[in-house]
Design a protein around this ligand. Structure first.
Ligand code: PLP
Length: 352
């Protein structure tokens, strides 16, 4: 039972046959009909003027940030965001852009008063690097799959208009937010100037992300994609399963959310595990182990020995991600295995 990430999902049979039957062309010349179709469908769903198929979420975020921010400007990012922590500092390395980390609230929000503080009193003063973009993450990975509320998105959007800078949304798990809130995608994306979402996470496509925004923005993103080495030729091989993902896989995400809740509720009943099941909003479960029982390293090792794979997500928090290959029976078996382990092996280890 592998709870490492929703990125481990394998393509469905329909995705595999779509690869075999895909009509292909050279996408660097804009001549792959399957990629073109995917970009049209994605832009329509997102309510954006244009979209570009990218190799990964990291590349989609990087190209989007570089398209928005001139060299020497600042990108405002959450200090717990994927962009800031897990994307190898790309914006500063490749774009000459400075990251301004903003404290991340427990619910994944960046407080408007914290964003406000970053703007210099006098923007004409040549001493300052000026903020050029706000990045939000929705759902928020390191906050345990938290969904940003529409009222919060509206508030940040209004703030960004007042400050005249755009918003980019890292929606790697955007469709999890859509599913949790039961709204149209556009209801969320209308509060962002650009967005990226991943096809290769809970949606089960093998590869790829979409970057979307205005026509002008995506024109720049396309050039940056080429510059970053992401101009791919017969990319329809990847776009075909991505189209299947968009057509068939978004509605099933709610099953992952139900199982994540069930897992959290079961874990909460096991002495030595610290978790509040009410915190679970989507497919990511974060919990801690009572330090008097064992370290998180021991917990991961012992659960691993029992065929249950979790990971650590900072500050000793254990992360479990539900996805298409985790069934109801898996949740029951996982809970039984963890309970037994806490009551036997760990108790023995603690006593000795
Ligand atoms: C919130 C978030 N953004 C971006 C990414 C990067 O996506 P990729 O792994 O496709 O580069 C991830 C990956 O896990 C993520 O969780």
């Amino acid at each position: 039972m592998n709870y490492l990430s929703d990125t481990i999902t394998q393509p469905t049979e329909e995705m595999m046959s779509s690869i075999q039957n895909a009509v292909l062309g050279d996408d660097v010349y804009g001549e792959d009909p399957t990629v073109n179709r995917l970009e049209e469908v994605a832009a329509e769903i997102l309510g954006m003027e244009s979209a570009c198929f990218m190799a990964s979420g990291t590349m989609a975020n990087l190209a989007s940030i570089m398209a928005h921010c001139p060299r020497g400007s600042k990108v405002l990012v959450g200090d717990e965001s994927d962009i800031y922590i897990f994307e190898a500092g790309g914006a500063s390395v490749c774009g000459g852009i400075m990251y301004e980390p903003i404290p991340t609230q427990r619910n994944g929000e960046l407080a408007i008063q914290d964003l406000e503080k970053v703007f210099p009193f006098d923007p004409e003063d040549p001493q300052f690097a000026l903020p050029a973009l706000i990045c939000l993450e929705n759902t928020h990975n390191r906050c345990g799959g938290k969904v940003l509320s529409l009222s919060y998105l509206k508030d940040v959007y209004e703030f960004s208009r007042k400050r005249k800078i755009p918003i980019h949304m890292d929606g790697a798990r955007l469709f999890n937010a859509v599913s949790a809130m039961d709204v149209e995608v556009k209801e969320i994306t209308k509060y962002a100037d650009s967005v990226q979402f991943c096809l290769s996470k809970g949606l089960s496509a093998p590869i790829g992300s979409i970057a979307a925004g205005t026509k002008d923005h995506i024109k720049k993103v396309r050039t940056l994609r080429k510059m970053l080495g992401g101009g791919m030729r017969q990319a329809g091989i990847m776009a075909a399963p991505a189209l299947v993902a968009l057509k068939n896989m978004t509605s099933r995400l709610r099953e992952d959310h139900i199982r994540a809740k069930k897992l959290a509720e079961g874990l909460a009943d096991i002495p030595g595990i610290k978790i509040d099941p009410d915190e679970i909003e989507t497919n990511i479960v974060l919990f801690k182990i009572d330090e008097n029982v064992c370290t998180w390293q021991t917990f991961l090792e012992l659960t691993g020995n029992r065929g249950v794979t979790f990971s650590e997500m900072g500050y000793g928090r254990i992360r479990a991600v539900t996805h298409r290959h985790i069934t109801d029976d898996d949740i029951d078996s996982t809970l039984a295995a963890v309970k037994h382990m806490m009551q036997t092996e760990l108790k023995a280890a603690c006593i000795s």
